[in-house]
Design a protein around this ligand. Structure first.
Ligand SMILES: Nc1ncnc2c1ncn2[C@@H]1O[C@H](COP(=O)(O)OP(=O)(O)OP(=O)(O)O)[C@@H](O)[C@H]1O
Ligand SMILES: [Mg+2]
Length: 296
């Protein structure tokens, strides 16, 4: 848990919630805040399996997963490929598209290649758009953009997280998410942020967002969402647990991204979806841990 990413604080919350659950279940579990001495610590403390509760860069993107493969220590969640695809919104979106999963129109900004001040004139879609760093999480450095002037400020902002930026058609509608456990979709969660934008504050402050499980969508949409999520997770090898995010406008759904280490805090979506399926938090954590493996 923890680690150096911008999602460090969220990761500490996820990690501590998981740690408490595993200890309640009788595991000899310890907290490790990931730092450069991580390989030494894992060896020194004789760690038999790792529950990865790191979000964001170096933790959710395959780096820690690759290190654990080298050390021969089984770990939870996706392997190196699934983690790096999941972390990279652009690659993940192109993978989803290739599987026939609907996505919103976009343009990719690349620092050093494109000019933020003129990028708006080349967009293949009309405003509003949403500007997102390709490899980041928790809505950090994400901006909803209504004008071209706002766009030239939003791009450098996103670049604070990543030099590759996904500029995507803004979908005004309902946010939906599909948790996955052991490759199978959990009940769909509908997300209703009171502020209208599911930003960092709305994600992690109690009472700022309303969650509806199962989502108020028709059976056909539910079926499609579950099938798409399972298919994508399967193709990239997002085993254990994961979460696919979507937006729906009228009845049209578009895929946003796949999270391979979704939040595990008390307000988090996968635990909420699992609960709706009759799986309490402690059992959820235990099942994810029991699925720890080497994948390379
Ligand atoms: N095309 C879009 N149209 C409307 N809203 C969007 C769109 N893309 C993203 N959003 C909003 O921005 C939020 C952040 O986007 P996204 O889930 O892609 O990124 P993230 O920062 O990686 O989030 P996470 O916390 O799930 O890791 C979403 O939860 C959603 O509310
Ligand atoms: Mg998301």
């Amino acid at each position: 848990m923890g680690g150096p990413s911008k999602e460090r604080e969220v990761s500490l919350r996820s990690g501590r919630a998981v740690l408490a659950a595993l200890q309640r279940r009788g595991y000899d579990a310890v907290e490790i805040d990931a730092a450069a001495d991580l390989p030494d610590r894992l060896r020194r403390e004789g760690i038999a399996a790792v529950f990865i509760a790191l979000h964001g860069k170096l933790g959710e993107d395959g780096c820690v997963q690759g290190m654990l493969e080298w050390l021969g220590i089984p770990y939870t969640g996706a392997g190196v490929l699934g983690s790096s695809v999941g972390m990279d919104k652009v690659v993940c979106k192109r993978t989803a598209q290739s599987l026939g999963i609907p996505v919103a129109p976009d343009a990719i900004f690349i620092a050093g290649r494109d000019d933020p001040t003129t990028f708006g004139t080349t967009l293949p879609m009309s405003l509003p758009v949403i500007v997102k760093p390709s490899r980041e999480g928790s809505t950090i450095n994400v901006t909803i953009v209504q004008t071209t002037a706002e766009l030239s400020a939003a791009i450098p902002h996103a670049c604070e997280s990543d030099g590759t930026v996904l500029v995507e058609k803004y979908v005004k509608g309902t946010e939906l998410t599909v948790g996955l456990l052991e490759g199978k979709a959990l009940p769909v969660v509908e997300i209703v942020p009171k502020s209208g934008f599911y930003d960092y504050t709305s994600k992690y402050t109690k009472g700022m967002t309303e969650y509806i499980v199962p989502a108020r969508i028709d059976a056909e949409t539910t079926k499609a969402l579950r099938a798409w999520s399972e298919k994508l997770a399967e193709i990239v090898g997002a085993v254990g647990f994961a979460r696919a995010d979507y937006m729906m406008e009228n009845h049209d759904v578009v895929f946003l991204e796949l999270n391979t280490i979704p939040g595990m805090t008390d307000l988090s979506l996968v635990p909420m979806a699992a609960r709706a399926a009759g799986i309490e938090f402690d059992e959820l954590c235990e099942r994810i841990l029991e699925g720890a493996s080497l994948k390379a």
